[in-house]
Write a protein that binds this ligand. Structure first.
Ligand code: UDP
Length: 338
């Protein structure tokens, strides 16, 4: 079905579209028949990650002039917003960076959207808005008590979106990802962070290079094997959720937020074991102390996303997530070729 929009194919401004989830979502948007314009400062993203068929504009949310030029260049139906610092540990060490980039950057974006009459946004939020929780699976109405600066910036942005919706009519969907993982099953796009802090790419690096091991951050949590439990969700499934959210923003939703996860929790040790199975390689794991800011368990109830957005994850099995990630990491030992 062709997307609703002004005459020809509707255009979406994808802020942060050269990053990991952003680039996979651009691919999903193009496949669904939208035009995509990527706006990215390439601080953590990669020019090579912008899919063919999307336009690329280099710019920065902290430089409103570049943003204004981007918004003036097309008639955008909506904005997808991925541009943020997104590492818990870094946010604990340098909160000023997080408040400036994430909060000030987002406010600049929302104000520029108002100035240019763009009234819809899909925002990349996170399970970190919930903080240390005792229930699993978690529903959207669970109290929000983020336990690190990263989560606090994301939750504050969700509050901003609600306030801008009430006052200015901005329509928004916040998508709270649990643990984004896996890579494009076609092998065109992958995950390339520097430094890499995420569990799955680090485990796969240890599978590729026998001299390296993976560190397990703590086994004294109140979980079945003592290591942290997370709900891993495939990045291509996340991309589909954004397209579904955009369709719903066109018709039904004013302001809403949805969890995106598979509803199954895996411990760090279970991920390492499954990676040994998928790769057929030995993976050396070394137990070290806890990483500050890590909640013990985060598992989603994504029932609302399924029922209200019609979201149907297709790469949900942890084995599939690891296989697609292994496909990319094995063939791209230096990521996009830094
Ligand atoms: N983790 C680990 N070793 C690593 C990276 C992560 O033990 O090299 C753990 C981390 O403490 C957390 C889980 O794996 O419990 C997932 O961490 P990740 O950074 O992938 O995502 P987060 O949950 O922080 O968004």
């Amino acid at each position: 079905m062709a997307p609703a929009g002004s005459g020809s194919r509707a255009a979406v401004l994808v802020v942060g579209g050269a990053g990991y989830v952003g680039s996979h979502t651009v691919k999903g948007l193009l496949a669904a028949g939208y035009r995509a314009v990527v706006f990215d400062n390439l601080s953590t993203g990669h020019r090579q990650a912008v899919p063919r068929g999307a336009r690329f504009l280099k710019g920065d949310l902290l430089q409103p002039a570049s943003l204004g030029r981007a918004l003036a260049a097309h008639r955008f139906q909506a904005v997808f917003h991925f541009a943020a610092r997104a590492l818990v540990g870094e946010s604990v060490a340098d909160p000023a960076l997080y408040y400036r980039q994430n909060l000030t950057g987002t406010q600049n974006l929302l104000d520029a959207m108002r100035a240019h009459g763009v009234g819809k946004i899909v925002f990349s939020s996170t399970a970190a808005v919930y903080g240390e929780v005792r229930t699993a699976p978690l529903r959207e109405d669970h109290p929000k008590a983020p336990c690190n600066p990263y989560g606090r910036t994301k939750w504050t942005i969700e509050c901003m979106l609600r306030d801008y919706g009430a006052a200015y009519g901005l329509r928004s969907v916040s998508l709270r990802y649990f643990n984004a993982a896996g890579c494009d099953p076609d092998g065109e796009l992958g995950e390339d962070h520097d430094p890499e802090t995420h569990l799955i790419p680090n485990v796969l690096r240890a599978a590729r290079d026998r001299r390296r091991g993976v560190r397990i951050f703590g086994d004294d949590y109140e979980t079945p094997d003592g290591t942290c439990v997370r709900d891993y969700v495939h990045v291509t499934d996340l991309a589909q959720a954004h397209v579904r959210a955009l369709e719903k923003l066109d018709s039904e939703i004013q302001v809403d937020a949805f969890n995106l996860g598979n509803g199954s929790g895996y411990s760090v040790r279970e991920v390492v074991d499954m990676a040994r199975e998928v790769t057929g390689r030995p993976i050396r794991a070394e137990l070290v102390g806890r990483r500050p800011g890590d909640p013990p368990v985060l598992v989603a109830s994504a029932e609302r996303a399924r029922a209200e957005l019609g979201w149907q994850p297709v790469f949900g099995a942890l084995g599939t997530i690891l296989e697609t990630a292994w496909g990319w990491h094995r063939t791209h030992p230096r990521g996009y070729g830094r």
